[in-house]
Design a protein around this ligand. Structure first.
Ligand SMILES: Cc1ncc(C[n+]2csc(CCOP(=O)(O)OP(=O)(O)O)c2C)c(N)n1
Ligand SMILES: [Mg+2]
Length: 576
């Protein structure tokens, strides 16, 4: 090819060509006129593209795909409602730091703002929900813009990038410079462009850790983005430092590892107590937001705190720190280990506290994990999943109780992102589309189970059709409590028994609905049948499976870690 060779194609085709070069994952979206040349080019170039039934679900699927692969999730929406439907999913990816590229169709610039159909200030609507928003104004710059989108999406704290493509750009033809179709291989995947903390900061952090008797690592989702699990485990084992995690950080080390202290924050097994006992906290890849800190009350004053994060200005945002380590989690953990030197056994007693306390906690949780109550206690479902799911399975959790129960009671059996919860924005409706994205991301050999409330399922059950069509045999476990349960439980706790407003759902049989949609539907009312139902779902790889699990309707019993009969609520307080 000569330096001046040109390639004549539409703007839409140039977009597809650049995505193909990026070897990026499947795209989820719903077409419209503006992006049709892009769709046609996806067909011709075999860029995998899946129709989704709601663009929000497309963004959720792309988000979950990104979570299990660290590669940018791809999503598109057409001008107007397609674009604005992306808002919730973009906010999730933005808050959770997930790499994503979202392409939206925009109005033909010949006629924009002349009451074009489907027109709205969509760019302004979505702008605050993405890390970078790019509007293509010059067709020849499409390759450059795509490179920029991938660079921004995968570097620093990853995030979604919006690319708005006016109709005349997507449909217009141009003699592109053939040499401009290149990519930067360093930007295909997060964590791109790693950086290391400053040497003197590392020395100060190491000095604090070295003198600590009871240090504790608090791991957030950044550990997964950085793929820092090995470095984390090496540091934890060599130095005798137990590891607690946020909901997004679950799997930072395997939950069944002797040093795993489980989740900390709003929900906790033993970790919050260990935080209270610790004399040095090392926070890694964690924003220390409301849930992780129990609304900013959990981190003890006066205990040295080291905060390692890729975003400099995130450090100190919610919680005072003694040492700020700015850099990639994996690099920072490797450097800390190198700085701390050889293995030490001097914290053996502190480390031994963890499995001892965990065993005591487990005893106290048996009433939930092994419950024989009917209607079924959600804890029993978690107990069965812990027993049955293969080590490499992924559990996706929706924004309602699913995330809470899963975050507290689910055990990943190895390090890595085995638990995917939409904690960035905590929307309900993530379970099914998140399951689809995760399944496509991990491939057909691994099984994906998703947890969703009935309310969340009602929101996105249309995409069970997508799951079936694209061949994603997810096992969707629906907590059928005939309620917007979390809301009802809060109303019960705050306003008292019987005082519920707009939190009841009608009784539904989701197994029948699944059957009618050509999926496997199994209704489970007897806790002793749960195990077989889960196994039947895992065995079926031909269609998605819906387990319609009838769980408690008593709002006093819905909260995973609190008993409403003893829960003390002061007015204006958020009880859980
Ligand atoms: C889109 C959206 N709307 C509202 C909420 C607030 N919310 C949190 S949990 C919840 C209840 C959801 O009901 P369901 O999906 O049935 O789950 P359950 O709590 O009953 O298990 C609601 C409405 C939310 N998180 N997301
Ligand atoms: Mg419900």
């Amino acid at each position: 090819m000569t330096a001046n060779a040109t390639r004549r194609m539409t703007g839409g085709a140039a977009l597809a060509e650049m995505l193909k070069l990026h070897e990026s994952g499947p795209m989820f979206g719903m077409g419209g006129f503006q992006l049709l040349p892009f769709y046609e080019a996806c067909r011709v170039l075999k860029v995998q593209h899946y129709l989704i039934n709601d663009e929000r679900c497309g963004a959720f699927a792309a988000d979950a795909y990104a979570r299990v692969t660290n590669r940018p999730g791809l999503v598109d929406g057409t001008l107007g409602p397609g674009a604005t439907n992306l808002a919730t999913g973009l906010a999730e990816a933005f808050n959770a730091g997930m790499p994503m590229v979202a392409i939206i169709g925009d109005a033909n610039r010949q006629h924009a703002w002349k009451n074009m159909t489907q027109e709205a200030r969509q760019f302004d609507v979505l702008r605050p929900l993405v890390k970078e928003a790019i509007r293509v104004e010059v067709i020849s710059r499409i390759p450059e813009h795509l490179r920029r989108a991938f660079a921004v999406a995968t570097s620093g704290r990853p995030g979604p990038v919006l690319l708005a493509v006016p109709e005349d750009i997507a449909h217009g033809e141009h003699d592109f410079d053939a040499g401009d179709f290149w990519i930067d291989p360093g930007t295909l995947k997060a964590q791109a462009r790693r950086s290391r903390p400053a040497r003197d900061d590392l020395a100060r952090a190491a000095a604090l850790l070295a003198k600590a008797e009871r240090p504790l690592i608090l791991a957030g989702g950044g550990v997964h983005i950085s793929e820092a699990s090995e470095a984390l485990l090496a540091l934890a084992e060599a130095q005798g430092i137990p590891v607690a995690h946020t909901m997004s950080g679950k799997g930072a080390i395997g939950c069944n590892h002797a040093l795993s202290a489980g989740v900390f924050g709003r929900y906790s097994r033993i970790a919050n107590d260990l935080i209270g006992m610790s004399d040095c906290l090392l926070v890694v890849g964690c924003k220390l937001g409301e849930i992780a800190t129990k609304r900013f009350t959990l981190m003890p004053a006066g205990v040295p705190l080291i905060h390692l994060d890729i975003v400099a200005e995130e450090i100190g945002r919610t919680t005072r720190q003694d040492v700020a380590l700015v850099g990639d989690a994996r690099c920072g953990l490797e450097d800390l280990l190198a700085e701390l030197g050889p293995r030490t056994d001097r914290r053996a007693a502190w480390c031994a506290e963890v499995p001892k306390r965990m065993a005591t906690w487990l005893d106290s949780a048996r009433d939930r994990l092994e419950s024989v109550e009917s209607p079924i206690n959600v804890g029993r479902l978690m107990g069965e999943l812990n027993k049955i799911l293969p080590d490499d399975a992924v559990l996706v959790a929706d924004g309602g109780f699913a995330g809470h129960w899963g975050g507290l009671l689910f055990d990943t059996k190895r390090a890595g992102r085995g638990f995917v919860a939409d904690r960035g924005f905590a929307s309900i409706g993530y379970g099914v589309p998140g399951g689809i994205g995760a399944q496509i991301g991990v491939g057909s050999k691994r099984r994906v189970v998703s947890l969703t409330g009935d309310g969340g399922f009602n929101m996105s059950m249309g995409d069970l059709e997508t799951a079936r069509r694209v061949g994603a045999p997810i096992v969707a476990c629906i907590f059928n409590n005939a309620a917007s349960g979390y809301v009802k439980a809060l109303q019960h706790a705050v306003f008292g028994h019987g005082n519920y407003q707009s939190s009841d759902l009608v009784e539904m049989n989701y197994a029948n609905i699944a059957d009618a949609m050509g999926c496997q539907g199994i209704r489970v009312e007897d806790p002793e049948r749960l195990g077989d139902a889960i196994r039947a779902g895992l065995e079926n790889t031909d269609t998605p499976t819906v387990l319609d699990i009838v769980v408690t309707r008593d709002p006093a019993k819905m909260l995973p870690a609190a008993d409403n009969r003893t829960l003390k609520v002061t007015k204006g307080d958020r009880p859980v």
